[in-house]
Design a protein around this ligand. Structure first.
Ligand code: ADP
Length: 482
């Protein structure tokens, strides 16, 4: 079965609440009215019975009502009070006297019943053809005789009043419930309108219109919070899509440049090359471009696989000091060839948890950049230390530095600071993106400080394999690669 719509559910819930409250109210008021009417009937009956006893007299062996028929007040009272009236001799249960109405209705208790009523006088209801008659029974003693006096009153007016009340309720309650349901339906509609607005705004969105935002009403309520969360998500999405577009444009550009160069070279060679030597030179140059393209594609593939979560990181203790010492040694010839001095202070036994080959890439990429962007005669320093319980690897150089406005972007893919300043320097701006990804996967962080013309310092903070005991362990004499 299809689940009920939110609006229907709200309406049903509201109507049910109204019905419950109304039912409680109706039952309570009916009960109160019935109790009130019966109580006033009983009081009237008791008063009537008490007054009537004042007129009772026993003369000549007979029970009589002695009153002055010329007094209209007395006569009216006696007439009224004796409409339902009976008197029984309690010695044998025989009837002494009864009113004509009771005689016609055939209300005649047996001597046994009379004797029971005489023992426990009070209020009793008797059902007759004319409806219920409520009797007030009392014992009247005179001159050694005991009589049971019954004075009754019809309960018809009480029942008629209650019936009329019930009929009124039977009309009013359904009307009330109907009105409540209609009101609830309308209220639910009003309450859900902001949600419909948000849904309509969400339907209008598509990849080309990610800059649109959900309407906010400024109430700060749950719906505003929903719209706000949605807007945050949209902003992130817009950002991500923007980055993807930028990335695609950058990839196309990076791949097209070497391809155009290769094509140009090939065309010129076809037209102009005369000797095998000419062709050899062109092919060698093309090979360089192909190598560059292969490097770009490999880096892209690694990043793509990394982002797709396809790459598994090792998670074992890695001796960062030993790793750095060995890489510094490996890089020394490259630094030498550029006349850059490479100094390494790798400490001893600073160990982190992670993947040795990926950490190796971090060190190599940072070192490679430092050497690349340092002019001949400059210096590159590589240190491993323990600070605040964390292992920190620093690669600092006295190179060309990075302008402040470029710093927030250097970890973006394909970002290169003013490509013109590094025209002759290899690299497509993917190295630091990869470094950042690796550091993130090691639950570490990377920071950079740089001053144009003075140099840069990249610091990689990594959680140690276990709390590092003393910070002095890393302060070992500087180890220079041979
Ligand atoms: P690339 O592969 O082009 O070196 P990276 O992602 O490694 O790309 O670096 C991005 C940019 O950051 C580089 O183009 C360069 O301009 C700048 N950069 C990185 N390291 C240094 C450094 N040590 N000194 C100066 N600039 C640097």
């Amino acid at each position: 079965m299809k689940p009920l719509s939110l609006r229907t559910q709200l309406t049903l819930f509201y109507s049910l609440a109204v019905v419950t409250i109304l039912a409680g109210f109706v039952l309570l008021s009916y009960h109160s009215l019935a109790v009130l009417l019966e109580r006033s009937t009983d009081e009237e009956l008791s008063e009537r019975a008490a007054a009537l006893r004042g007129y009772l007299a026993f003369r000549n062996g007979q029970l009589l009502l002695a009153f002055n028929p010329d007094d209209p007040g007395e006569a009216y009272f006696i007439h009224n009070a004796t409409r339902y009236y009976q008197a029984f001799d309690l010695s044998d249960g025989s009837m002494e006297v009864q009113s004509r109405d009771l005689e016609l209705l055939g209300v005649h208790p047996s001597p046994e019943e009379v004797s029971i009523l005489g023992r426990q006088p009070g209020i009793t209801d008797v059902t007759t053809a004319e409806g219920t008659i409520r009797f007030h029974d009392s014992v009247f003693a005179t001159q050694g005789n005991l009589f049971l006096i019954r004075v009754g009153v019809s309960m018809r007016p009480v029942h008629a009043a209650l019936g009329q009340f019930t009929r009124a309720l039977l009309v009013l309650v359904p009307v009330g419930v109907l009105l409540a349901a209609l009101g609830g339906w309308q209220m639910a509609r009003n309450a859900l309108r902001p949600i419909r607005d948000v849904a309509a705004a969400a339907r209008r969105l598509d990849i080309e219109r990610l800059n649109e935002r959900m309407p906010m009403r400024g109430t700060g309520d749950e719906l505003d919070q929903l719209a706000e969360s949605f807007n945050h998500t949209l902003a992130r999405l817009e950002d991500a899509v923007g980055q993807m577009k930028q990335f695609t444009a950058s990839v196309s550009h990076e791949l097209r440049t070497p391809l155009t160069a290769m094509r140009g070279e090939a065309e010129v060679a076809l037209l102009e090359a005369k000797s095998v030597e000419d062709y050899r030179r062109v092919l060698a140059s093309q090979l360089e471009e192909i190598e560059r393209l292969t490097r770009i594609v490999n880096q892209l593939l690694t990043l793509a696989r990394a982002e797709a979560g396809e790459i598994r990181m090792g998670d074992s203790p890695v001796d960062l000091s030993a790793l750095v010492a060995s890489l510094a040694e490996q890089m020394e010839p490259v630094a030498d060839s550029r006349q850059v001095e490479l100094r390494a202070e790798p400490g001893v036994g600073v160990t982190v948890r992670g993947d040795a080959s990926w950490l190796e890439r971090v060190v190599l990429n940072l070192l490679d950049n430092a050497v690349k962007f340092t002019l001949p005669g400059g210096q590159v320093r590589l240190t491993v230390a323990v600070e605040n319980g964390q292992a920190v690897l620093r690669v600092s150089d006295t190179g060309i530095g990075i302008p402040a406005e470029a710093l927030p972007h250097i970890f973006d893919r394909f970002y290169r600071v003013e490509p013109s300043r590094s025209k002759n320097i290899e690299g497509v701006g993917l190295g630091l993106a990869l470094v950042k990804w690796i550091v993130d996967r090691h639950h570490g962080r990377i920071e950079v400080e740089s001053r144009p013309g003075q140099g840069s310092c990249f610091a990689v903070w990594l959680p140690p394999v276990q709390p590092l005991l003393s910070e002095s362990r890393s302060r070992t004499p500087s180890a220079q690669p041979r």
